[in-house]
Design a protein around this ligand. Structure first.
Ligand code: FAS
Ligand code: PHB
Length: 394
């Protein structure tokens, strides 16, 4: 079978939020690019993931001409609640940071990105299989793949791995160059979607002796709830009744009494890990998003880090396309990792603060209670949480 060869300036592996946003931002700078996505469009759009957009992420989408729906359908939140000891403490973003977050599902972000890609007739290959990277340590890198039974070779100036944690890009970096840092948490999150009105107008992060719980939403008719669960659990181990009973138990009575329950329309368990791969560049290969880092969802940072990586990368690739300068590309890994590690720290801190660890002893428990009490009594402590939650500057 003959191999079809194409050329472009930037080959993007992965058509999730990182890859499709990068494609959009490059197109706006006149930088030609092609996206190779392993799954079908429908499959990518079916994934239920993040729900919170940082202030800077919304600004990025608006500036890129992708802000219409997020501004009209997203829910601006000026605070979150921490629940512990049978009570709630509000962290007031508006008062403490003059900024906010927007509740807008990652699925909707993905819809907006694909709609924009359609409008500009962007080049994305869905169901691209056997994606392999070649020559990333030279100046003529290429990606091979098969699609519709045809072998393809895509030659590019740069290859960007936006292929998530399990994609092939990171593995191309030699073992004596790649450094990885990891923390695996001894529990998971069981999440459900239900067509019920959210129990609270703002998110509630609950620390309870039986484990963590989170009350979130997608809109006023669609709630998103999570409870910490064992890694031994499977979604089928949790009937809806068991889920609602456990969630109610972990919430303060004043909240649990208001909870409207109903059948789950989606139920899944996500493991929690902190993971960072360094460097985020090797030769002509650049990594962005989950391909380079994973955070536990406690800090609502995963999607937002993918967006900030892509903002840095689009700027650097645009500079190279315009005048051949590699200044931005040479500093990309350092710039991105500086923000990544601050989000990794915050996500680790929120996870450690709010969850019940199996090996936790009395000392650990008292530390959690002291930290929560400090957040209740200290405006400065709440300001630190708020500053990180709404998003550090990009
Ligand atoms: P993604 O994983 O979204 O996209 C990578 C894309 O690459 C995928 O479409 C994949 O099909 C494609 N790909 C993989 N291998 C390929 C190959 N060989 N060839 C071509 N394409 C390939 N973040 C939050 O902030 N809050 C949350 O609540 C939250 N919940 C999550 C729940 C789950 C189950 C998961 C897995 C993640 C969650 N995240 C959450 C994090 C998530 O939102 C990611 O941070 C975000 O999707 C990152 O986007 P990408 O980097 O584009 O990676
Ligand atoms: C969600 O709505 O899915 C969500 C919100 C906040 C988080 C994690 C997930 O920290």
């Amino acid at each position: 079978m003959t191999e079809q060869t194409q050329r472009t300036r930037v080959a993007i592996i992965g058509g999730g939020p990182a890859g499709s946003l990068l494609s959009h931002l490059l197109h706006r700078q006149g930088v030609e690019n092609v996206v190779l996505e392993r799954r079908s469009r429908a499959y990518v759009l079916s994934r239920i993931r993040a729900g919170v957009l940082e202030h800077g992420s919304v600004e990025t989408l608006v500036a890129a001409g992708l802000g219409e729906r997020v501004q009209s359908e997203g829910y601006v939140h000026d605070g979150v609640f921490l629940a512990f000891g049978g009570r709630r403490v509000r962290v007031d973003f508006a008062d403490l940071t003059s900024r906010s977050v927007t509740i807008y599902g990652q699925t909707e972000v993905q819809h907006d990105l694909y709609d924009a890609l359609d409008e500009r007739a962007g080049r994305i290959v869905f169901e691209a299989e056997d994606v392999a990277l070649h020559g990333v340590d030279g100046d003529r890198p290429a990606v091979t793949y098969t699609a519709d039974g045809q072998d393809h070779r895509l030659e590019a100036e740069w290859i960007v791995g936006c292929d998530g944690y399990h994609g092939p890009s990171r593995g191309v970096i030699p073992g004596d160059v790649l450094r990885t840092y990891e923390r695996v948490y001894p529990f998971g999150w069981l999440g459900i979607l239900s067509e019920t009105p959210p129990v609270s107008e703002e998110l509630i992060y609950a620390n309870h002796e039986r484990g963590f719980a989170l009350c979130s939403m997608r809109n006023e008719h669609l709630s998103r709830y999570y409870v910490q669960c064992s890694l031994e659990d499977a979604p089928d181990d949790w009937s809806d009744d068991r889920f609602w009973d456990e969630l109610t138990t972990r919430l303060p009575d004043e909240v649990g009494d208001q909870l409207v329950t109903g059948p789950s329309i989606e139920k899944s368990i996500a493991p929690l890990r902190s993971f960072v791969a360094e460097p985020m560049r090797y030769g002509r290969l650049l990594l962005a998003g989950d391909a380079a880092h994973i955070v536990p969802p406690t800090g609502a940072k995963g999607l937002n880090l993918a967006i900030s990586d892509v903002v840095y990368l689009a700027r650097a690739l645009g500079e190279f396309a315009a005048n051949g300068s590699t200044t931005g590309l040479d500093s990309y890994s350092r710039t991105a990792l500086d923000r990544v590690w601050k989000a990794v720290r915050f996500s680790w801190w929120m996870t450690t603060l709010m969850h019940r660890f199996p090996d936790q002893d009395g000392f650990d428990r008292r530390l959690q209670q002291a930290e929560l009490s400090l957040l209740e009594s200290s405006r400065e402590a709440r300001a630190s949480l708020a500053t990180n939650y709404v998003g550090l500057p990009i």
